[in-house]
Structure formats: structure tokens, C-alpha cells
Design a protein around this ligand. Structure first.
Ligand code: TYD
Length: 206
């Protein structure tokens, strides 16, 4: 497809929205057509599903939850993202299938591969050209640092620790798709690293 699909991933509070807004501003200033989306909730149907999955009072069975995220994703990709990519535009999106693998996988009920396969079925196999991961770990080599990981687990922060760890495993498995940046760096340093990487993927604006 002629367009470019860029996604942002990271834990809650990693600065995704700030960085995606800065990137969008920069791309528009260069004259590119940009479509902004997010998951869950990038479309009208998606807003209903977002309300359901994030604000339902009570339990949602893990498979049902995974399917709601996948349904939101299917509709977002089919009706908004693919058409924009076919028009040659740049889609900048907060969260995509890596969120499902990291978050739904971190619940320990569903396996990473089945969650990923579900998303790939939902989207007919669409993967981003670039995924920016804003990494919130305490220290850049925490994956290797079992002591810190165990401490986070003991502190009851285990779900978020598993999400961060899952993200890093995804990035390590697809290094060409991921740009991993330290979320605690300055806003300007992060924005500039993102622009440098995106620049290598851009075609001249029409
Ligand atoms: P987000 O919109 O980034 O956060 P907020 O609007 O609350 O600042 O994401 C909403 C939550 O949805 C976030 O906790 C991660 C979760 N999520 C999943 O668990 N699986 C998914 O596939 C997606 C897209 C999000």
C-alpha cells in the first residue's frame, strides 16, 4: 500500500499521546496527509466498544475482552486505516495489536501467539511500518535485571511489569518494525528521535 502506518505503544502514562500529537504536527507541516486514530475507540463503532470494554462494571471473560478489542480493531482497520493507506496517507495511531498481546497476554489466561493471531485475522494481516515503543521501565536493561522485576512483582505491580516485559519481547522479535525509546527522556529528545526514524520512511509529500 502506498501510505505509511505508524503506531505508538507503551504503558499508561508513557507520553504516547504527547508524542503522537507532535509527530502529526510535524508531518502536516511537511505537507503530508495524516489520519489520526486510536484503539480502542478510533471509530464510531469503536467508541461504543471502548465504553464497553473500559467501563463495564464487572468481569468480562478474558476471551470476550480479547474479542472486543479485536472487533474494535477490525472495524478501525477496515473502515478508516486501510482506506487512508490506499489513498497514500500517513496513519498515526495510539495502540494497535501489540497492546493486545502485551495487556491481554499479561493476564496469564491467554497466550501471546493466540492473541496476536486473533488480531491478524481481524485485520487481514496488517502490520505497521513502524511501531514506536515508549518504554517506562526503571532502567534500560531491566529485562536482564531479575531482581528489579521480582521486586516490582512483590510490590503488586506485577501486571504492569509483565506488560512492559511483553512489549520488550515483541520489540526484540521484530527489531526492524520497532523503535524503542526511554519514556523518561525529555519530550524534545524523544520527538527528535522519532522524527529521524520516520524521515527514513517518508516519500516526498505530494
Ligand atoms: P488508552 O486509550 O491508551 O488509555 P487512556 O485513554 O485510558 O489514557 O488505552 C486504554 C486501555 O486499554 C489501556 O489500559 C490499555 C488497554 N488496551 C488493551 O488492554 N488491549 C488492547 O488491545 C488495547 C488497544 C488497549
Amino acid at each position: 500500500m502506498p501510505g505509511l502506518f505508524i503506531t505508538f505503544e507503551g504503558g499508561d502514562g508513557s507520553g504516547k499521546s504527547t508524542q503522537s500529537a507532535l509527530l502529526v504536527e510535524w508531518l502536516q507541516a511537511l505537507g503530508h496527509g495524516v489520519v489520526v486514530s486510536r484503539e480502542p475507540g478510533g471509530t464510531d463503532v469503536g467508541l461504543e466498544l471502548r465504553q464497553l470494554v473500559l467501563h463495564w462494571r464487572g468481569e468480562i471473560a478474558p476471551r470476550a475482552e480479547a474479542l472486543i478489542y479485536a472487533a474494535d480493531r477490525a472495524h478501525n482497520i477496515a473502515t478508516k486505516v486501510r482506506p487512508a493507506l490506499e489513498r497514500g496517507e500517513i496513519v498515526v495511531q495510539d495502540r494497535y495489536l501489540d497492546s493486545s498481546v502485551a495487556y491481554q497476554g499479561a493476564g496469564r489466561v491467554l497466550g501471546a501467539q493466540e492473541v496476536r493471531d486473533l488480531s491478524l485475522w481481524a485485520t487481514d494481516g496488517l502490520l505497521p511500518d513502524l511501531t514506536v515503543l515508549l518504554d517506562l521501565r526503571e532502567g534500560s536493561d531491566r529485562l536482564a535485571d531479575r531482581t528489579l522485576y521480582d521486586r516490582l512483582e512483590a510490590a503488586g505491580d506485577d501486571f504492569h511489569a509483565r506488560v512492559s516485559e511483553a512489549y520488550l519481547e515483541l520489540a526484540a522479535a521484530e527489531p526492524e518494525r520497532f523503535l524503542v525509546l526511554d519514556a523518561r527522556d525529555t519530550i524534545e529528545n524523544i520527538a527528535s528521535a522519532i522524527r529521524s526514524r520516520v524521515e527514513t520512511l517518508l516519500r516526498p509529500a505530494p
